[in-house]
Design a protein around this ligand. Structure first.
Ligand code: MRU
Length: 358
């Protein structure tokens, strides 16, 4: 698998996901603005990958700040961070990565600017490397939930392409397959941008993991026919009560899964949790261009001038979620306390974050 994102010769190379798998091309970002555009236009997408792109984009942008004065550097860096924040509103990882970079710059207030630039670049590399380790842990932690023989439904793409490697929901599927379990994946096509059909199916086929694509509206039929053993999805943001924002269509899958008594799992790194939010309804939901709905593969199929509405994510209330699999373990209901206990320990840099949730 080609790396989702990498830094080379002072440029950021992003595998352009808009035309995968038909075209396997890299987008070369020379500036902060190039990276922001790549995130907005979804050349790179998926919450963890967006976080890494944000960190790298800021590192790239910071190299172009021409000053030797800390105050001037900090001001320009904060302006860049502000611009980056507006790229996509729902994924918590974007803000998480930006805040981590800002904290680093502020901690280094007594260092010279060249050292800070170097540290910022290094931090983005650490975030990338850590993302892969986290996904491997999520895969390992989720393994026990997967029966030896299972047909697994997934929605959108929470795989290597949505991260820096291995994936979250697909990481668990990969781990199960690597452990010798007899796995068959059913991938929802995921309208309107078809991340399930284009990206999830592509990724799994590259590794010979059996996959079948269905249209989104077929999922209920398959679940009711007992053709699915469990559902696993990723997450874009998780509120402190365990409500999950993920790709539009996730909520209806969760409701149908519960109605038919099959488990509905969410796989997610801790960087996707937003402990500042009490419940999912407070998560901002991105609304994208109506044109994405009425067009298919660049051709407008809807009538000229037709109205369309295109929310990119929805909220699944935590009562529909059987477990949330993280790199630190598997969370179960009641989520408010299991999340508090998990974060109450320490964050991944050893910092005590007790009391952060409101
Ligand atoms: O709009 P996208 O393609 O960025 O949406 C991606 C998803 O909804 C993923 O499921 C989520 O980001 C988790 S990725 C590990």
């Amino acid at each position: 698998m080609i790396p989702t994102i990498r830094w080379e010769d002072n440029c950021i190379y992003i595998i352009d996901q808009r035309n995968l798998p038909r075209e396997k091309e890299c987008l070369v970002c020379h500036t902060l603005q190039d990276v922001i555009t790549a995130i907005k236009e979804m050349a790179i997408r998926g919450a963890p990958a967006i976080g890494v792109a944000a960190a790298m984009g800021l590192a790239l942008g910071s190299q172009s700040i021409k000053t030797g004065k800390y105050g001037v550097f900090r001001r320009r860096f904060l302006e860049m961070a502000q611009q980056m924040k507006s790229a996509r509103p729902t994924a918590a990882n974007l803000r998480w990565a930006i805040e981590r970079m800002i904290k680093l710059v502020e901690r280094m207030h007594n260092k010279n600017v060249e050292e800070i630039k170097e540290a910022v670049r290094n931090e983005s590399r650490i975030i990338l490397e850590r993302d892969i380790e986290i996904n491997l842990k999520i895969g390992h932690n989720g393994l026990e939930l997967i029966p030896d023989r299972a047909t697994i439904l997934t929605h959108c793409n929470a795989g290597a392409l949505a991260t820096c490697g291995y994936g979250t929901a697909l990481g668990i599927i990969r781990a199960a397959y690597e452990a010798g379990k007899d796995i068959h994946v059913i991938a929802d096509e995921t309208r309107p941008l078809l991340q399930g059909m284009r990206l999830t199916a592509f990724e799994l086929m590259e590794e010979n993991i059996p996959v079948t694509v269905i249209v989104d509206s077929a999922a209920g039929y398959l679940i009711r026919k007992k053709m699915i053993d469990l559902v696993i999805i990723g997450a874009d943001r998780i509120a402190s009560n365990g409500d999950v924002a993920n790709k539009i269509g996730s909520y209806q899958l969760a409701v149908i899964a519960k109605e038919n008594k099959i488990p509905f799992y969410v796989a997610s790194p801790l960087s996707t949790f937003d402990l500042d939010l009490k419940k999912g309804d407070l998560i901002p939901i991105e609304e994208r261009e109506p044109g994405e709905v009425i067009s298919f593969a660049g051709h407008q199929l809807g009538p000229e001038g037709v109205d369309a509405f295109n929310p990119a994510f929805d909220i699944t209330p935590s009562r529909y979620i059987s477990a949330i699999i993280t790199e630190k373990g598997v969370l179960q209901s009641p989520y408010k306390s299991s999340i508090r206990n998990l974060f109450g320990a320490r964050d991944d840099r050893g910092k005590d974050i007790r009391g952060k949730g409101r």
